[in-house]
Design a protein around this ligand. Structure first.
Ligand code: GTP
Length: 367
């Protein structure tokens, strides 16, 4: 079976991380997110994968190429203008002549795709939609089913009064090729809001595949942090720190003996951790980072080649690639885009989101 992964969205809610980096390429445990998704597919023997791209297409193709390194065959389709979830799949029609899988490219899940495929075939469904339970379904697409698991109703972003189930559309579908006949060419079109409700009205057999397997979408910075933490704590069955160790350190990284590291923590290759520096997990330090003497990193994700000055403190934050934090600066519960520079001793207001390339303090503002 072939799979289409939707990776053409703008990722606005994950800004500033997605200004220069497509959402599908943000690092999770020091690997681009999409690599985890592709690994999951190939684990279920799905190796023909089409990436439906739009916004920021080049970095994805530039990094993954033909997919050989990951043991899969990748094809790329790029949209001139955003076509929405269904329009993007219609655009890939020439690749799809049999039952196929569609995945939102911002979801990490342990969903049993093989079992889902089995159910789709057994029920002779036109479409099978994976469902996952969430505590608050009001910002998702809610799906009601009958006792046989056949879908009876779709409700996008319901109010609390309308909530009748906690099962939501998990962003993974198996579809028959005839579904394509209901999607117009080169037109913005949505599976969730248009195609599925239309198929339901026509009486087509749409089935649900409910699953309690690990599932999260990395739509916003909180969820992105959460995914990294969950993986470090082993909540996905697919990831464990190397040899079950609480702290994993990449090749050629130098850690001073007086540095204190408490896991779970993942430290990339070619890092330097200075004297009396503290790393308190869950934390991920990207490759090539320099954490100077006495700096403190707590419950944070740091992308590659960041420089954290002596005595600086970073808690509950995401620091993107090539940031430079001056000595004794303080960053709390904030998100810094790439190449942000923070002056010595500067204390950033907690909860800040800083655009790539910013120098703090900004001109005219006091440190
Ligand atoms: P926000 O701007 O923060 O809402 O993010 P998004 O648009 O990137 O993501 P959304 O949750 O709306 O979309 C779910 C998935 O579909 C993501 O993996 C997107 O990359 C993808 N997607 C959304 N719209 C399009 C589109 O027009 N074309 C393609 N190819 N993919 C899309």
């Amino acid at each position: 079976m072939k799979a289409v992964i939707l990776v053409g969205g703008q990722g606005t809610r994950l800004r500033p991380l997605t200004i220069n980096t497509p959402k599908a390429m943000v690092p999770v445990l020091n690997k681009p997110f999409l690599e985890h998704v592709i690994g999951h597919l190939s684990g279920h023997n799905i190796r023909d994968i089409i990436l439906a791209q739009g916004h920021l297409a080049q970095p994805i193709e530039g990094y993954l190429g033909d997919g050989r390194r990951l043991g899969v065959r990748l094809s790329y389709i790029v949209e001139d203008a955003p076509l929405g979830t269904a329009g993007a799949v219609k655009n890939a029609q020439k690749h799809l002549d049999d039952s196929f899988l569609v995945l939102n490219g911002d979801i990490f899940t342990d969903l049993d795709i093989s079992a889902m495929t089995g159910l789709h075939r057994q029920r002779k469904a036109t479409a099978t939609i994976a469902l996952t339970p969430v505590a608050d379904p009001t910002s998702y697409g809610l799906i009601e089913t009958n006792a046989q698991g056949r879908v009876t109703r779709f409700l996008e972003k319901p109010s609390w009064e309308q909530v009748t189930t906690n099962m939501i559309n998990a962003g993974t579908y198996i579809l028959e090729p005839e579904v394509m006949a209901h999607i117009p060419e080169q037109t913005e079109f949505s599976f969730e809001r248009q195609v599925f409700p239309m198929l339901l009205d026509r009486g087509e057999p749409i089935y649900a595949y409910p699953s309690t397997a690990y599932w999260i979408d990395i739509g916003n910075p909180e969820k992105y942090l959460q995914l990294n933490r969950d993986l470090l704590y082993g909540k996905s069955s697919r990831y464990r720190l190397a040899q079950g160790k609480e702290v994993s350190v990449g090749e050629n990284s130098r850690i001073q003996p007086t540095a204190r590291i408490t896991g779970p923590a993942l430290i990339g290759e070619n890092c330097y951790i200075g004297r009396k520096a503290t790393i308190k997990g869950p934390a991920v330090i990207g490759p090539g980072c320099q954490i100077q003497d006495g700096a403190i990193i707590e419950q944070s994700i740091i992308w590659s080649a960041a420089q954290i000055g002596a005595g600086a403190k970073v808690t509950g934050s995401i620091i993107a690639a090539h940031c430079r934090l001056g000595a004794d600066s303080i960053i709390e519960e904030s998100v810094l885009g790439d190449n942000v520079t923070v002056a010595t001793g500067y204390r950033l207001k907690p909860g800040s989101q800083i655009w790539p390339g910013t120098r703090l303090p900004e001109q005219g503002k006091k440190a």
